[in-house]
Design a protein around this ligand. Structure first.
Ligand SMILES: Nc1ncnc2c1ncn2[C@@H]1O[C@H](COP(=O)(O)OP(=O)(O)OP(=O)(O)O)[C@@H](O)[C@H]1O
Ligand SMILES: [Mg+2]
Length: 324
């Protein structure tokens, strides 16, 4: 009896945040799904009059299904390459442009606000002198890099003056000619409910599949598990579930993680949406097989979208085969 094996190309580095990859491989084994790893730095793009195509490791590629993770440093090649594959009929989960956009908390906050999803009042700047921090009120404030992860560079301050004093002044762009790497920009927000706890959701295909409350270790305002927070599952009928689903929709994403805080009036406000959020922690805490749900979504017939005709799909150049 021959089982049709569905193949999914995963553009990523297996060793990065490997606990998520281990879960994906386990879920793939249980579903006769073959995962093929493509290293982001081996993606290529050909463009000439009337011609455009994507290559992997030097070979033209047109995979059926593509998932991407750990590709944040490779925007320049990943976005056009995956957008091209999608245009050619590959099923690319999480539009790459939307995924990179969600990595920037300022862009996410503007998208959420535009969609009417509750956000935390936010001041964004290159340097704090660019804004009036007093607009955030007298309460404690939190400062974060717009594209930070895992709580890195996130710090709380008793006052606007203390926050401003802590910010490095980089001044105008140094007089260097030619290429200049992008500078990070920053967000300042009121520290909602004194910080130290939040709600993390994982959403797949417009449904919240896992939800947990995270509580930071004493003296810490950041409730990231990576920073020693503890967590407990929340029922999926908790109001935060619907807010998380609305947030993914506002960010045009198929799946991802959502961080939220509950303010003093009980309003659930979104801190960030992350297309590349890890799911190992929430899987452990809630027992939900997030990786399995993700693969079921990836391999589900895609209403309204013609399947990629076999003859149209070039054989998938071998990446690192992680046979289920
Ligand atoms: N305005 C705020 N009010 C209260 N707590 C906050 C606020 N902003 C951030 N936090 C806390 O700090 C943590 C880290 O902040 P945030 O999620 O914005 O940054 P991050 O570095 O992107 O984290 P991640 O690892 O989720 O990508 C949050 O999970 C939350 O516990
Ligand atoms: Mg976060």
């Amino acid at each position: 009896m021959i089982f049709a094996v569905t193949e999914i190309v995963v553009v990523h580095y297996p060793g990065e945040r490997a606990e998520n990859w281990v879960l994906l491989r386990k879920a793939a084994r249980a579903r006769a799904v073959r995962l093929v790893s493509w290293a982001p730095h081996l993606l290529g793009f050909w463009c000439a009059d009337g011609q455009q195509s994507v290559s992997y490791a030097g070979k033209t590629a047109r995979p059926g299904i593509v998932i991407h993770r750990t590709v944040a440093p490779f925007r320049g090649i990943v976005v056009p390459a995956l957008a091209r594959l999608a245009a050619e009929g590959s099923r690319v989960l999480n539009d790459p442009e939307a995924a990179f956009r969600s990595r920037d908390k300022l862009l996410t906050t503007t998208d959420l606000a535009r969609a009417g999803v509750p956000v935390v009042p936010t001041l964004a700047f290159d340097e704090p002198d660019g804004v009036n921090l007093a607009a955030l009120g007298q309460a404690e404030l939190i400062l974060k890099p717009a594209r930070g992860v895992r709580g890195e560079g996130v710090a709380a301050f008793r006052s606007a003056a203390a926050l401003s004093a802590a910010c490095q002044r980089r001044g105008p762009r140094p007089e260097v000619s030619g290429y200049c790497a992008e500078r990070e920009h920053y967000l300042a927000q009121p520290l909602v409910a004194g910080g130290g706890q939040d709600i993390r959701a994982y959403v797949v295909d417009r449904s919240c599949v896992a939800l947990m409350r995270r509580v930071a270790k004493p003296g810490e305002v950041r409730a990231n598990l990576a920073l020693g927070a503890t967590a407990s599952p929340l029922a999926l009928d908790h109001p935060a579930a619907a807010v998380a689903v609305a947030a993914l929709t506002a960010c045009r994403l198929d799946f991802g993680g959502v961080d939220m805080v509950e303010d003093g009036d009980g309003v659930i406000r979104v801190l960030e949406v992350d297309a590349w959020a890890g799911f190992a922690g929430i899987t452990r805490v809630t027992g939900t097989d997030v990786a399995g749900v993700l693969l079921d979504f990836a391999t589900a017939p895609d209403e309204g979208r013609a399947a990629v005709p076999d003859e149209g799909r070039a054989a998938v150049p071998e990446g690192e085969d992680a046979a289920g």
